[in-house]
Design a protein around this ligand. Structure first.
Ligand SMILES: C[S@@+](CC[C@H](N)C(=O)[O-])C[C@H]1O[C@@H](n2cnc3c(N)ncnc32)[C@H](O)[C@@H]1O
Length: 385
């Protein structure tokens, strides 16, 4: 059976997700804002949940209809065979996106949908499944645009950036999906050294090591909502998982090195890595970024310095000046990518970015900038900021 599958991602990562799909052999898909849709079977739903690094959640459409008025919503929802999808002992929740003049309150259609589900179960079993908004077994997605209603099942459950490896973090960890998307935007696939001298709990380094070792970012994830569906095919899932559950490459031939000034956060990064089959792929150093030195003549820097929310303005300005000085002094020949939400101080890096990409780290609007450092970059400082 072919399903319509909608893969949600973060703003700005649509091209990366499209590229991932192409690489995995899914050439036919349609890009939307923060989502890509395609057709696929049950095995594709399992495979994509495991393999996509920049997906946030994967929705599977199972009913689509039009309504003439608000009262028709309940009757059409009630016709759905909800009892075919899940059992009484499972909990559920409904998330919605409602954009229709028919409904004054966006929560109302969600309550109607809950009633339709509960009434269907009551009719068949004289009992009802419970709603759980915190960690439900099943998550339904109700999408209403004008008169058109789409009901989908979220096959992922909790968002796919909850990879299962990061149990300890610093105060401002970067979203795992964003980190992977950023690395993929640089074009890095593991052929050169990669450095992050503000590595915190190691998210960028871990996502890079997973890419270099060709190990899915979600290899350690605790579970997926599709495992709670009535049609869950455990043998099919195990076959897909076992094929992906490889050992790390013995020798990558390159280095992935992170450093941070905070010893405690480096310890968190080390602990996070222990949960993954990454062997000794990543090295750590406890030091300030000014003292970090690359171990090769070329490579890629991907780094997420403090944005300055908790630091006084003069120090943050000096820090970004210092980053620019560091890049010019020691990273000649490197592609250096820095993400920050603090656009004011980013100017003080003093190098002209060859690319600027708008991204969001949570609710913070950020700029992800590429600095190609080469002899003479210092001159750019005067003329080009
Ligand atoms: C935004 S956080 C990085 C978060 C990281 N990407 C993660 O996912 O956990 C910035 C990091 O910069 C570190 N830091 C602050 N000042 C530093 C300095 N002078 N040199 C090196 N690291 C520094 C902080 O300890 C913090 O871990």
């Amino acid at each position: 059976m072919k399903y319509t599958i909608t893969i949600k991602t973060l703003f700005g990562l649509e091209p990366v997700l499209a590229n991932e799909l192409n690489q995995l052999g899914y050439k036919e898909h349609e890009t939307h804002i923060r989502a890509i849709s395609l057709k696929g079977e049950l095995k594709d739903i399992y495979y994509l949940n495991l393999h996509l690094r920049t997906a946030i959640s994967i929705l599977v459409e199972f009913e689509k209809f039009s309504i003439k008025n608000d009262s028709e919503l309940y009757h059409k929802l009630k016709k759905i065979k909800w009892t075919d999808v899940f059992d009484l002992d499972k909990t559920f929740s409904i998330r919605g996106a409602v954009n229709s003049k028919m409904f004054k309150h966006s929560q109302f259609p969600i309550l109607v949908c809950k009633d339709a589900i509960v009434d269907s179960f009551m009719k068949e079993y004289d009992d009802r499944p419970n709603v759980d908004t915190k960690s439900p077994d099943l998550v339904f997605d109700l999408h209403i645009r004008d008169r058109d209603v789409t009901v989908s099942l979220n096959s992922s459950g909790v968002p796919l950036y909850q990879r299962g490896y990061r149990t300890r973090t610093g105060i401002a960890p970067i979203n795992e999906v964003l980190a992977s998307g950023m690395i993929q935007m640089t074009g890095w696939k593991g052929e050169t050294d990669l450095y992050d001298f503000f590595c915190g709990s190691g998210t960028i380094l871990i996502e890079a090591a997973l890419i270099a070792n060709d190990i899915p970012s979600n290899i350690n994830r605790k579970g997926y909502a599709f495992q709670k569906w009535k049609n869950y095919d455990q043998a099919m899932w195990e076959e897909i998982y076992d094929a992906a559950n490889k050992r790390p490459k013995r020798d990558l031939g390159i280095k992935i090195i992170g450093s941070d000034i905070d010893a405690e956060v480096i310890q968190s990064a080390r602990n996070n890595i222990k949960r993954l089959p990454l062997g000794r792929t990543i090295e750590f150093q406890i030091k300030s970024f000014e003292d970090f030195e690359p171990e090769s003549d070329n490579g890629v820097v991907v780094s997420n310095p403090p944005y300055g929310k908790r630091i006084n303005p003069d120090s943050i300005l000096e820090m970004y000046q210092g980053i620019g000085d560091k890049l010019k002094k020691d990273f000649n020949g490197f592609d250096c990518w820095i993400i920050s939400s603090n656009l004011e101080v980013m100017k003080f890096i003093g190098l002209k970015p060859s690319r600027k990409i708008k991204l969001f780290n949570g609710s913070d609007e950020c700029s992800f900038r590429k600095f190609e450092v080469y002899q003479g970059s210092k001159k750019a400082k005067k003329n080009e900021i």
